[in-house]
Design a protein around this ligand. Sequence first.
Ligand code: FES
Length: 130
Amino acid sequence: MALYSDTVMDHFRNPRNVGVIEDADGVGEVGNAKCGDIMKIYLKIEDDVVADVKFETFGCGSAIASSSMATELIKGKPVAEAMALTNRAVAEALDGLPAHKLHCSVLAEEAIRSALEDYYRKHPEKAPEK
Ligand code: FES
């Protein structure tokens, strides 16, 4: 069996939603100290929905594929759903990642959460009750 699924290769070769949103409502950047990869997510939120999302990833192929898939999974979705996105859902949507590459999908989950937390910091009235 090939190490990477066709879906991973597709999102690595043709990543969706690459770029920057200049007037983003939330920005999140996370890194993995071990591999040194960095992922940055930009969100545009309208009426509690992820109206647009872009990413910049300086990292391995799995990190790029994970960012691409994660942005596709939350685009057009309610903010609460985006907040609940797990790395497992990203890896499953990619038809799996090799075990030693699962941390790349964790980076995507963390980057999205960090961007949403930034959004809530800027819009405390939107933050869920604790
Ligand atoms: Fe670290 Fe992929 S090797 S994010």
